[in-house]
Design a protein around this ligand. Structure first.
Ligand code: PLP
Length: 434
């Protein structure tokens, strides 16, 4: 019989090891990333690991759990629905949660958005937006095959979504398989005329079907904000050319930028809006692609082939719809609206406090999103970036730096004390020797 060691093997190690032998993780180079940390519980703003360490979820688990983890009302909504109707094919059937959610969402979405197409994640939400744009023109007998997008945008990891995203480690290997896309520089206040001229030249060939953009702020690019009036000029021009404007609000949706949707801060409204992430408040995967009537009408025909023949097995899943209804109610509650205002004000004072720090390259905030660029020259997935990540973990804060950009999108329910703890760590990282 082999002798037992004195130090008990931590659960942590064993679960990590079991994980390593059976699981291939997303966005992970398994040769260089050794640790995947087992999380055993999440409640409110906090994540609990297997060793009893507690972390503030400063990015709301990729902008999903905005009302806090395992919120009682959300858990109840799923519980109730799961006893009534769990899943039903959404071609040929409908149900109360799907209709109610669509009605409630349309009341909150920009005016002309009037139809909701259910799907199951952010990438499929944009993928369907792209397909709506291409098939819209196809159905009208127009030969338009090109999409326009911004150079550094991110719209997801399926092929259409990858094609319209900026080139990076995410999609570089697949470039020659992309659909037709032309990438424009994002307007930055100085290049506006140039961008518009480029757009006009592109459009002169009459090939552009749609334009996809992240309104006000590009998430995966490193929380890069840009000017709404510059974007508005582009949207206006697109409208004159019958180019379908697709707002990817997968990240910005449900209050992140201070309004329910970022598009509501821009004068010219999109034709299509893509939603996911906070839609179900982190509870279940779901995406929505919502559009204006004139697009729906171009698919409405005696000819079956003019319909949108796209479906996901879990489209309009009743559990996801039920939880999304409750999530929207939470978003619209006075308590959450107040919390959002409180976070915005706190970010503003924090920004004022540290903006002249010598180790800070820049700081920006919009709504509850706060981003700092440290004055360091590092790669997106580098060693230093990993040390930055570890630094925050040892401070009890979970966030994911992108290169030298450190950003937070805290759950709306974060307490003043928790937010102060995050700010303190952000200040400390400015003094860190790399
Ligand atoms: C996350 C994200 C996506 C992709 O969503 P998934 O659910 O991860 O497929 C698309 N667009 C934007 C702006 C996102 O932030």
């Amino acid at each position: 019989m082999s002798k037992k060691t004195d130090t008990p093997v931590k659960d942590n190690t064993s679960l990590s090891q079991r994980d390593k032998s059976v699981i291939w993780h997303p966005l992970t180079q398994h040769k260089t990333q050794q640790i995947t940390l087992p999380i055993v519980k999440a409640k409110g703003c906090k994540l609990y690991d297997v060793d009893g360490n507690v972390y503030i979820d400063a990015i709301s688990s990729w902008y999903t759990a905005m009302y806090g983890h395992c919120h009682k009302k959300l858990v109840n909504a799923i519980q109730q629905q799961s006893q009534q109707l769990d899943q039903i094919i959404f071609s040929g059937f409908t149900h109360q949660p799907a209709v109610e959610l669509a009605e409630n969402l349309l009341a909150a979405l920009p005016d002309k958005i009037s139809k909701v197409f259910y799907n199951d994640n952010g990438s499929t939400a944009t993928e369907i937006g792209i397909k709506m744009a291409l098939q819209y023109h196809h159905n009208l007998g127009r030969d338009k095959d090109t999409l326009i997008a911004f150079e550094e945008g991110f719209h997801g990891d399926t092929f259409g979504a990858m094609s319209v995203s900026g080139l990076s480690v995410y999609n570089g290997a697949f470039e020659k398989h992309f659909i037709k896309v032309v990438r424009l520089p994002k307007p930055n206040g100085k290049n506006n005329k140039l961008v518009l001229t480029q757009l006009k030249t592109l459009c002169s060939q009459n090939k552009v079907a749609g334009f996809i953009y992240e309104p006000l702020i590009q998430g995966a690019a490193g929380m890069k904000t840009y000017d709404k009036s510059d974007l508005n000029d582009i949207l206006n021009y697109c409208k004159t050319q019958n180019i379908i404007c697709i707002a990817d609000e997968v990240m910005t949706g449900f209050g992140k930028t201070g309004t329910c949707f970022a598009s509501q801060q821009i004068e010219t409204q999109p034709d299509v809006i893509c939603l996911s992430k906070a839609l179900t408040a982190g509870m279940l995967p779901m995406g929505i692609t919502a559009c204006q009537d004139y697009i729906y009408d171009a698919f409405y025909d005696d000819d079956v082939a003019k319909g949108l023949f796209h479906a996901h097995t879990y489209s309009g899943n009743p559990l996801a719809c039920a939880v999304a209804i409750e999530a929207l109610k939470l978003y619209q509650s006075p308590e959450i609206q107040q919390q959002i205002q409180h976070i915005i004000e706190a970010h503003q004072s924090f920004k004022t406090k540290i903006k002249n720090h010598p180790n800070l390259k820049s700081i920006r905030h919009i709504g509850v999103i706060l981003a700092l660029d440290l004055d360091l020259n590092i790669e997106r997935y580098s060693n230093v970036r990993d040390r930055l990540y570890q630094f925050f973990m040892t401070k009890g804060i979970y966030l994911r730096p992108l290169g030298n950009t450190v950003y937070i999108v805290p759950p709306y329910v974060i307490s003043r004390a928790e937010l102060s703890q995050v700010y303190r760590a952000l200040e400390e990282v400015l003094e860190f020797e790399f």
